[in-house]
Design a protein around this ligand. Structure first.
Ligand SMILES: [Zn+2]
Length: 428
């Protein structure tokens, strides 16, 4: 039987895949095809990445442009945390659809099915299947086709800690990679991301979490080896959604924007400042839009602003102005090392609601080198064992690659399948 198994280690930086930090993954790197130029989305945050992974589409197409974003409701912007369990139901009520592009779970509904186990935020998990086509197991609620909750004893009762990841990986292997396997089985581990947000990159606590995460991947790799030995044609993808940078300074972007002369526009809800880790989305109402050109100039002059994309330039990162988004700010990143010798620092935007700052720990969201260096390693037919390729790839290419292995069309996707080109193309 042809099937695809995918493991995502949330937040794993490509440069942390080494024999000393992740020995199992380092060994896997030697036998798979390694994507040395793989990139994240912009913003490089989990709920955007999950939506792009699931749909093979850019944010402008699937409509999840941030971990936190603004929807127009009754003519005004309302800011929402996409991580909440009820986000997609709310978006469906407001906009008429959850994601604006079909997911792998939907496309596979009549073609072998999809099963996801996830230990990240509820919203990021449900982004894979917001309309209930397959199975999604998450601690906030586990659902089968039709959005029906699974039997209570089948629900995923784990914590967000690394022990939760371990329990989930063992269950994923025992249930999904044995009898009655789905065509597509995905496990999305919460670590190292959750750990990296709480401790410095390269610290003993971080290295311990990497070791554990590496063991969780090894459980899946070994199970896939057993499936292959039993005759299955398995495509195995191991990767991450984004990396992390070290936060060296936290900026209250709304307060700073107010100081630049926009306090009234912010109060009037004409400019909405929406932090997304090391990046910021700025929305503008009809009345706020004339302010945007000068605001762009003034923000670009701030030392904490690395890159500003406005208007039609948003298309360069797969974003659109159509739903009121006016600016994308990637906060300034550098290559300096932290206290543990790990390169890559960034400013981070103070989150809405005054949540704790994460000075000295990991964060992501922008276009910095290391947050834009996630992992992708693929083994199976169409890929060259032991090869490293440096042609561009990103999360929108995963879904077409999954469908290609299953001999299914990937029409309507922005990404393309990563399987080696057929011989005829090679000689064109
Ligand atoms: Zn993530």
């Amino acid at each position: 039987m042809r099937r695809v198994v995918a493991v995502i280690l949330d937040g794993l930086r490509r440069d942390f895949v080494r024999p000393d930090t992740t020995p199992h993954l380092a060994r896997f790197k030697e036998r798979c095809q390694w994507f040395a130029a793989h990139r994240s989305m912009a913003p490089s945050v989990t709920r955007v990445c999950s939506s792009s992974f699931a749909t093979g589409c850019l944010p402008m197409r699937h409509e999840v442009e941030g971990n936190t974003l603004a929807l127009v409701e009754d003519g005004r912007f309302a800011v929402h945390d996409v991580g909440q369990p009820g986000f997609f139901a709310h978006k469906r009520r407001v906009t008429g659809r959850s994601l604006a592009a079909p997911t792998l779970a939907e496309r596979l509904h009549n073609h072998g099915g999809a099963v996801l186990f996830s230990n990240v935020s509820p919203g990021a998990a449900y982004a894979h299947d917001p309309d209930g086509h397959g199975f999604v197991y998450h601690r906030a609620g586990s659902f089968g086709p039709g959005g029906k909750p699974v039997a209570p004893e089948r629900a995923l009762g784990i914590g967000p800690d690394i022990t939760g990841d371990r329990i989930m990986a063992e269950r994923f292997v025992a249930e999904t990679l044995t009898a009655h396997e789905p065509a597509f089985a995905l496990i999305w581990l919460g670590h190292p991301d959750t750990t990296q947000h709480a401790v410095p990159l390269g610290s003993p606590e971080h290295l311990a979490a990497l070791k554990s995460a590496d063991e969780h991947v090894a459980l899946v790799i070994d199970a896939v080896d057993r499936l292959r030995a039993a005759g299955d044609d398995v495509l195995l993808l191991v990767g991450s959604d984004h990396g992390h940078q070290t936060v060296h300074s936290v900026v209250d972007v709304e307060a700073e924007t107010a100081k630049l002369g926009y306090a009234d526009a912010i109060t009037a809800n004409d400019l909405i400042i929406v932090p997304n880790g090391t990046s910021v989305l700025v929305y503008a109402s009809e009345a706020g839009r004339p302010l945007v050109p000068q605001l762009t100039e003034r923000l670009a002059a701030q030392p904490w602003v690395g890159e500003v994309l406005a208007g039609s330039a948003l298309a360069r990162i797969g974003q659109t102005e159509r739903r009121g988004l006016a600016l994308f700010l990637s906060l300034t990143a550098d290559h300096e090392v932290n206290a543990f010798g790990v390169p890559g620092r960034s400013y981070a935007a103070k989150p809405r609601g005054g949540k704790a700052d994460r000075l000295g720990c990991g964060q992501h969201g922008g276009l910095g080198t290391y947050e834009q260096s996630p992992v992708l390693a693929i083994e199976g037919s169409g890929f060259t064992a032991g090869a490293a390729v440096d042609h561009p790839s990103s999360l929108i290419d995963i879904a077409p690659t999954v469908l290609c292995h299953l001999d299914l069309p990937s029409n309507g996707m922005d990404g393309r399948s990563l399987q080696n080109p057929p011989a005829m193309e090679l000689f064109r």
